[in-house]
Design a protein around this ligand. Sequence first.
Ligand SMILES: Nc1ncnc2c1ncn2[C@@H]1O[C@H](COP(=O)(O)OP(=O)(O)OP(=O)(O)O)[C@@H](O)[C@H]1O
Ligand SMILES: [Mg+2]
Length: 430
Amino acid sequence: MKIELKHVTKKFPNRNRKIKEFVTAVEDMTFEIPDGALVCIIGPSGCGKSTALNLISGLEMPTDGYVLFDGEDVTNVPPEKRGIGMVFQSYALYPHLNVRKNISFPLENLKGADKLTKDQIKEKVNEVARIVQIDELMDRKPGQMSGGQQQRVAIARALVKKPKVLLLDEPLSNLDARLRIQTREEIRRIQRETGITTVFVTHDQEEAMSISDLIILIKQGVVYQIGKPQELYDNPANLFSAKFLGNPPINVLGGEVKDGFLYVGTDKALPLKLKDYGNRRVFVGIRPEGLSLSDDLRDEDCGIRAVMKSVETLGRDTSVIAKHHAMSDGADLRAIISSDHIKEIPESGRVCFTININKIFLFDRETEERLDFEYLGVDESFASAIRKAAAEKEANEVEPSVEKKEETSSEPEKKPKRSKGKKGKDHDQK
Ligand SMILES: Nc1ncnc2c1ncn2[C@@H]1O[C@H](COP(=O)(O)OP(=O)(O)OP(=O)(O)O)[C@@H](O)[C@H]1O
Ligand SMILES: [Mg+2]
């Protein structure tokens, strides 16, 4: 089922009755959720995630705009007629009923033509129990199960009516870290197995990155970016998106593009120019893995200089924490260095970094929108190819020069690469 929101706005009367102004929970929201996809809605607390989900389910009616299912306007269709299944943070299971009864509950109340026989109910319940892998627990009561198991029962209950859309609002918040990871993988597996269009609300970017086909990032009721998880990480459209995704978070520093160089604070960081603007003050975002330790920088070298603070060993990687004068809000600068290079890390004093061009983003200081730039330096792979060629040339030239005559006769294929003068000489000889 394809889900579309078209210019949807939702305003609530303020909970504090003394305040007359309405709260805009969702503002002019437009997006499309493809059929069969698992889409995560993410954003900070209070940004309108649950409201967006409730607008899809029909639990809330929009103040403005339209909700479409497979192109059909369902804006005024009540939730029970939309073919949706919902799972909430609180599993909302009936404590006095066993698992089988909890799952079969939505089927017991069907009326008229939809009414099912006992055997039909049993078959349907067994089928979803198998999918969520709780068929061994059918006689237990909710109190006799772990949080993850209870959440799987809640998912089974949401699936038993074969909904066309599964809506989950922070379903893993009550689980501990390990169970969270396990259960999110379960949800992904169930979603793949059933092919059901799923909308998953979370404030946890890592959760969203790991399971979704598409992420809808919102802030204060407004969509900030929509894309595949890797796209959002590699190509943040704005500073908010860059900051929201990634752990440890992106380093944000004050900077300026001036006369062909990016300055980060007072450091000449990279040779580049903005595509659409001349000199301009910018926010600079550098992903922690985009910083590499460097030897002490000379005045003409590009990079940034910081003061070493501490080192955290994370196993595979090492986190270098340093102070840089241009970090916004006085936060620490963080670099993730592969543990293979751990010996090179100084314990104190000045520490210098070079920047990977694919891991740095520039943002407008006012709008905080991403600014395109053109790198004016030599591409690193190109630079290393040149260095390698130069080293080979040097090696070739130093050794044979002792017996120059023999070299020319034994390696005739090298001749065309030599200087014009030599070529001329060869020509003369012929
Ligand atoms: N029924 C309501 N009446 C008044 N204000 C509401 C109502 N529901 C939501 N809001 C307000 O709308 C805004 C968005 O709320 P919503 O619950 O959608 O946020 P959320 O992103 O789900 O937050 P959280 O991560 O904390 O669950 C908030 O400012 C909230 O206070
Ligand atoms: Mg919420």
